[in-house]
Design a protein around this ligand. Structure first.
Ligand SMILES: *Cc1c(COP(=O)(O)O)cnc(C)c1O
Length: 231
């Protein structure tokens, strides 16, 4: 049987090794368990083993899970594509959204967030390799959108997220993550963005190069839970 507790230990060991090599503190790297298309049992096991951050891509599936599992201390991150007719449920149920790439979506999340729940944490998704058909804003438009977002008081811009090009060499992913780190530092020179503290980058196969370039959240699915079900 697939043992999630062992997988968590393996992934934490990878994070610690990569942090050590990068001369970083592994405490500064959050493991976000990507639980999309995984059965409830997998989330329950991960939660019992102490994981608290869960990432979901599909709104309907995510809301059903959040309500059904009712994990008191879980912190839910939305990491999938956002349609404007889904912003309300996202603003109501999640603590973080990593995939904002347009002002219109940010404005809707801001207007639909209940201020009593505190600001929704946001990462801007960057299309770091300028891929056609890939979500995310290009580097050259990032600072304008980031600055516009600072006027939306029910949102808290925490940083940047990216999914680099598929099936590249570790050196190529390292280069993409390095461009993310450079962009992040450039944005932080604007005073209203100086508080940003999050680089969401690195998945099952590329968490080491991401950590070497300053990732603070790694989003890991397969390496924790095994293959996903369904289409
Ligand atoms: C599915 C997904 C992940 C996890 O990918 P794995 O390769 O299974 O670790 C991370 N980030 C995003 C945005 C995803 O959609």
């Amino acid at each position: 049987m697939h043992n999630i507790v062992d997988k968590i230990t393996e992934v934490n060991t990878r994070i610690e090794k990569a942090a050590l090599i990068a001369n970083r503190n592994s405490q500064d790297i959050t493991l976000l368990a990507v639980s999309k298309r995984q059965p409830d049992q997998h989330l329950l096991e991960a939660y019992s083993a102490g994981l608290r951050h869960f990432g979901e891509n599909y709104v309907q599936e995510a809301i059903a899970k959040i309500e059904r599992l009712h994990l008191k201390q879980a912190i839910w991150h939305f990491i999938g594509p956002i349609q404007s007719n889904k912003t309300k449920v996202i603003a109501e149920h999640f603590h973080w959204v990593h995939s904002v790439d347009r002002l219109k979506i940010a404005q809707r999340l801001n207007d639909q967030r209940n201020p009593a729940r505190g600001p929704l944490n946001i990462c801007l998704q960057i299309n770091i390799d300028n891929e056609a058909n890939k979500a995310g804003i290009n580097i050259e438009h990032a600072s304008e959108l980031a600055l516009q977002m600072t006027t939306l008081h029910n949102l808290r811009l925490r940083g940047l997220m990216t999914i680099p090009q598929n099936s590249v060499t570790p050196a190529q992913s390292c280069d993409a993550f390095n461009r993310m780190q450079t962009l992040f530092q450039q944005l932080k020179t604007h005073q209203p963005l100086a508080h940003m503290d999050t680089l969401s980058m690195g998945m099952s196969t590329d968490m080491e190069p991401a950590i070497s370039q300053g990732s603070t959240i790694v989003r890991v699915g397969t390496a924790l839970f095994g293959p996903r079900s369904g289409p």
